[in-house]
Write a protein that binds this ligand. Structure first.
Ligand code: ME8
Length: 497
């Protein structure tokens, strides 16, 4: 690790810092949390495959009124409560094979100290002042809401009840940063992603910004506000700073990963990440992240996922019944990254039976069956690599277009199956058979490299059958086939619906 840091400073490796939101620990994670974290995991793994130095951060948001209430309901202290619930997240990410480099908790001492340092900088700059907050508050979303934003008296984001709040508070001068924000969006066209969501943010900023409340007096479960300890720091202010404190900002070695390449978030918290967070960074004089990617929301069989409806999908249940890579594949293929989507088991089964069993599973099974039977040296001339465009896949991944990147990989899988059928490979003999097997095995080897970030376990299974080691993206060219095949069972099981 240390020699790598040395080379990092020299700029030999490309650094890639990717984050997920830090999730509230009021309840166990569901499919929505698993989606964001899995997608971020895919990008982290993709960049490692490309040889980049990756820092992938996830974690938990542990302060605030919502957690305070959840703990009270269980009759335990918030600290005991969060220490218990956080395990549901760390256990889940272990089960889902999430390759994070660091897991941050906002109750970590280092984080709390960083938040205090950060807030003092803003105070000294004159961007924090005392006043009174009169308005509404949505506890489940931990969000202040103005009278104008209410929709039929309810929270405009989640539609739940809001409560009236009237308390002394410290404000942050968000209004001061309107012009700077608009200029920043204009100059940095890649910051607001996907493009389909940028107009909404820009228009809201153009409409004008109100200063925001950043402390609470009625919530005890928070970081003490260093300027006035009667107040605790508003949970969102505390939470956003995790992206810096995870790097031991301002003095730690890891700070070389800043600015983050991308914060991956759900669309409902886009505002916090693309307006409030940048303004806080402007105030502190810190460089802004390069991109915030706000993806869409999953519904379940057409309905919003919620505790009260009892329809939240447990990722562990999906893993158990259908398999982990099957779920990861579904996340990528069911919807372009960024759009809203609907989770239905029928759709999941259709993808497993169609694309995984019939396309990829069959290709590997048929090829390996023929290759194992073949008694001779497998060699030939590349001909099945004609339409494989790795550069195109790289570009698609740079643009967060996992959907079309996967489609490109799949066209190679389909072309390989077509090759078997058209050449009737099972009828070939001698050199012709050797050549066909060479092309198919090389095609599968390259496909395996490319699917590794998406379906790591499946890739590992195929590599064992091919007798090859894990390889990086630069090995995606047909070369000499140098493995020893050892056919295994079917990669995927067909699901009877
Ligand atoms: O907002 N579809 O935490 P949170 C897709 N602590 N994604 C979903 C989803 C759904 N139905 N439901 C949840 C918070 N998510 C704050 C974040 S960051 C500094 C602080 C995912 O536990 C999605 O990524 O409410 C969403 O943004 C996040 O979970 C919200 O998690």
């Amino acid at each position: 690790m240390y020699y790598k840091r040395f080379y990092l400073r020299l700029g030999v490796f490309i650094r890639y810092y990717i984050t997920t939101p830090i999730y509230y620990v009021n309840d166990k994670p569901h499919i929505g949390h698993a989606y964001t974290t899995t997608m971020a995991d895919i990008f982290a793994r993709w960049h490692r495959l490309c040889g980049d130095e990756v820092f992938f951060l996830t974690g938990t948001d542990e302060h605030g009124e919502k957690i305070e209430k959840a703990a009270l309901k269980e009759g335990i202290t918030p600290k005991i409560f969060v220490d218990k619930v956080v395990l549901k997240f760390t256990d889940m990410w272990k089960e889902l094979d999430i390759s994070y480099d660091k897991f941050i908790r906002t109750t970590d001492i280092v984080h709390e100290e960083t938040v205090k340092k950060f807030i003092k900088m803003l105070y000294e700059k004159g961007d924090i002042y005392k006043g009174n907050y009169e308005g509404w508050y949505c506890v489940p979303d931990e969000t202040f809401i103005t009278e104008l934003q209410l929709v039929e008296g309810k929270c405009p984001v989640c539609g739940r009840e809001v409560k009236k709040v009237s308390e002394e508070t410290y404000f942050f001068r968000l209004s001061k940063y309107q012009k700077q924000l608009l200029e920043f969006y204009e100059k940095n066209q890649e910051f607001l992603m996907p493009k389909t969501r940028s107009a909404e943010i820009i228009n809201r900023v153009k409409d004008g910004l109100n200063d925001i409340s950043i402390t609470r007096t009625t919530v005890k479960w928070g970081i003490p506000f260093p300027i006035d300890e009667k107040h605790t720091i508003y949970v969102w202010f505390d939470a956003l700073i995790n992206y810096l404190s995870a790097l031991d900002w301002p003095d730690g070695d890891l700070k070389i990963f800043w600015p983050a390449n991308v914060h991956v978030v759900g669309k409902e918290i886009n505002w916090f990440h693309t307006v409030i967070w940048p303004a806080l960074l402007f105030s502190a004089g810190i460089e802004l992240p390069k991109m915030v990617f706000a993806h869409g929301w999953w519904t379940v069989e057409g309905k919003k996922m919620s505790k009260s409806l009892g329809n939240a999908i447990d990722p562990l249940d999906i893993k158990k019944r259908y398999g982990l890579d099957q779920m990861r594949y579904f996340f990528v293929r069911e919807v372009p990254f960024g759009d809203d989507a609907d989770f239905s088991e029928k759709a999941l089964i259709a993808r497993i039976n169609g694309e995984l069993v019939n396309d990829l599973g069959n290709l590997v099974f048929r090829t390996l069956t023929l290759a194992e039977r073949f008694d001779g040296i497998i060699k030939g001339t590349p001909e099945l690599d004609k339409h494989l465009d790795v550069e195109k896949i790289k570009t698609l991944m740079r643009n967060f277009d996992t959907f079309n990147a996967m489609d490109e990989i799949w066209s190679q899988i389909r072309a390989s199956n077509k090759y078997i059928n058209e050449k009737e490979v099972w009828k070939l003999k001698g050199e012709e058979l050797s050549n066909a097997l060479y092309n198919l095995l090389e095609s599968i080897r390259v496909i395996t490299i490319l699917i590794t970030p998406f379906m790591p376990k499946t890739a590992e299974k195929i590599r064992i059958q091919l007798g090859v080691d894990a390889q990086k993206i630069d090995k995606c060219k047909f070369s000499e086939y140098s493995g020893t095949v050892k056919k295994g069972g079917h990669l995927f099981e067909k699901i009877n619906s």
